[in-house]
Every structure is written in C-alpha cells, then in structure tokens.
Design a protein around this ligand. Structure first.
Ligand code: SF4
Length: 332
C-alpha cells in the first residue's frame, strides 16, 4: 500500500471522488477498492491496480493478549515494526516507527544495534496506525486512542515527515486524534526540540534521558557526545516555557548501570526547579547485554526520587514475550 498514491491516481476525477476515497480508507477502513461500491467498476479496477490498499504484515500477539506486534513490509521491501497495546481500561495505544532502523546506536537498544536504512514517509507512518485501526475493527474492539512515536528510529531526525504524519493523524477527516493523544519520544536533539516548541500542535513530549551525567550518557548513547545535557536541558526549558506543557523524562532502569542512590541524586539535581517535569521509570527489557534492575531496586529508586521532590511514575512493560517492548523492535 502507498497512501500517497491515492490522490495522484484520482487526478482528473471530480473532487467528490477524492472525498469518497478518503472516507472509504479512513472511515470505512476498507482494504480493497472492490468494497467501494459507490465508485464505478472501471475506476475500482484501475485503483486496485494503481494503488492497492492491502498492507502486507506479519502479526504476533503476546500470551496475555495485551500487546500485538506487526512486521510491515514497505513498498520497497524494507520492513518496520509497529506495536498495539490494549490497556485494561479498553484504551488502545499504537506505537509507531519513524525510521527504518536507527542511526543513533544506543547501546541498550535492539533497533540501534541493527543499523539504519532510511527515513519513513508520512504516509508510511500513518499506514501503521491504519493497519491497527483495521485490525481493531475486525476484532470488534475500540478504535485507536493514542499514538506514540516510540518505535524504531529517532522521530526528530525525520522532522518534516513526522510533523506531516502528526497533522494527518490529528485531521478530523481522517483519524481525528486530538494532539494530546499524540506523543513524541526523543533522545534529545536540541535544535529540533526548539523547533517543535514553535509548532501549533499541543503534543506530548518525552525525552529519553536514561542517565543524568554526561559521562554515562556519552558512554551508552553516542548522540550525547554531540549534545551535552546542558544543551539538551536548555532546549527542554525553552519548550516548556513556549508550549507550557509538561515534559516526561524517560528513565530505563538498568541493573548496576544507572540505578544507584547516587544516580537518583544526580537525576534529582538535574530536574530540580523544573515544575513541568515528570520522571517515568521504565523496566529495562533485555536485548542481550544488560539486565533489568530488580523490582525492589526500582521501588527504592522511585522512593528516593519522590523524597527528593520529583514527580515519578513507573511504566508497566508490555509485550516482552514477543520482543515488542521498549527498545526491542528490530525488524524480526
Ligand atoms: S533508543 Fe531510540 S534513538 Fe537510541 S538507538 Fe534505539 S531507537 Fe534509536
């Protein structure tokens, strides 16, 4: 499927045909033009040939059915992964990829260890959400409620296409997802965070911090050799000031690497005096080299941060058994 070809294929047709095509794809969620019976037969046949609507994907689900993962094959044969998380309260969250692979090579992340192929087009990002929307309809479940850019790739390194995809997802005529249901997670590209602060969309921003000292960050996250924590935090301050929005700081809990009492102190120092900040502790999902912090250590770390005055949440991890959890996506 290539969504960007739909309007090209309808050039020369009346405007109402474009509207009907969008309604068929985004409202009726058809996966074949054969079902668009308000189109003449010859037009359906032409569209079926020029821009088929099938999304080629392999699907797998976790044992507890809370998480499903799809390995989507793109038009050029490259593959990406996208994840659906079905929460107990019925909310459906889709995690999308923004790049094929990732150039940033964070040491604890499976995606980063698999190299980088290319940026995704906005249509390829949106198609991941469409895939899950169709899946949920077939399963008789609710529509997608939230979309998080936390899959393969660094979204702010594909800025234009990501913003285009976000506008598409926000559009009342297509997915109609309010901006507050859309979240971007970045390892921290200061100039792009500043740029994001000027966007009219009121998105949620998460910063994958994981370490509160430059030394540690530089060791495990090569991008930190280019941008210091000081530069990153300045950009985040500007974002918080301009957007007036809370920023979530993601912190992976890796055993013996970043989970000591001293690490908690450093994190509290870094975030002190930033009322629009929240820490999200993420249980580390093993990808080979590191181990997760013990549940007891996570509890103690959380308590230390709270005692030091920070707002802290702990994320439940979904989909570890199908390698669909944070940092595990790897085109397989
Ligand atoms: S953690 Fe994010 S930025 Fe780092 S390698 Fe993985 S996908 Fe890329």
């Amino acid at each position: 499927m290539n969504l960007s070809k739909v309007h090209q294929s309808l050039v020369g047709e009346a405007q109402f045909r474009h509207v009907q095509a969008e309604q068929a794809i985004f409202r009726d969620l058809v996966d074949t033009w054969e079902l668009v019976t308000n189109f003449p037969k010859d037009l359906r046949a032409r569209l079926q040939k020029d821009c088929p609507l099938v999304i080629e994907a392999e699907l797998m689900s976790s044992a507890d059915k809370s998480t499903s993962k799809a390995l989507i094959t793109l038009e050029d044969g490259l593959k990406i992964e996208t994840v659906l998380i079905s929460q107990n309260d019925g909310r459906q969250t889709v995690c999308v990829s923004s790049q094929v692979g990732c150039p940033l090579a964070c040491e604890f992340c499976a995606t980063g260890q698999n190299g980088f192929s290319r940026n995704l087009l906005a249509a390829e990002i949106v198609e991941q959400v469409l895939f899950w929307q169709r899946y949920l309809k077939k399963e008789g479940l609710n529509r997608v409620d939230n979309v998080v850019f936390m899959g393969m790739g660094e979204p702010l390194l594909n800025y234009e296409q990501v913003i285009k995809a976000l506008k598409w997802l926000n559009d009342p005529e297509t997915f109609n997802l309010g901006a507050r249901r859309l979240s971007i997670s970045t390892v921290g590209i200061p100039e792009e965070i500043k740029r994001l602060a000027g966007e009219p969309l009121q998105l949620n921003l998460a910063v994958s911090l994981h370490f509160a000292s430059d030394l540690q960050r530089e060791h495990y996250m090569p991008i930190a050799r280019k941008y210091s924590l000081e530069e990153l935090m300045k950009a985040v301050s500007l974002y918080q000031k301009k957007a007036g929005r809370q920023v979530m700081f993601e912190y992976l809990m890796i055993r013996g690497i970043n989970d000591s009492d001293n690490d908690a102190k450093l994190l509290a120092q870094l975030l002190s005096g930033r009322p629009l900040s929240m820490v999200n502790l993420i249980p580390y999902n093993p990808t080979g080299r590191f181990l997760p912090s013990t549940p007891e250590r996570v509890r103690e770390f959380k308590k230390s941060l709270e005692d030091l005055g920070l707002k802290v949440t702990k994320r439940r991890s979904y989909g570890g058994d199908i390698a669909a959890a944070c940092g595990q996506l790897a085109k397989k």
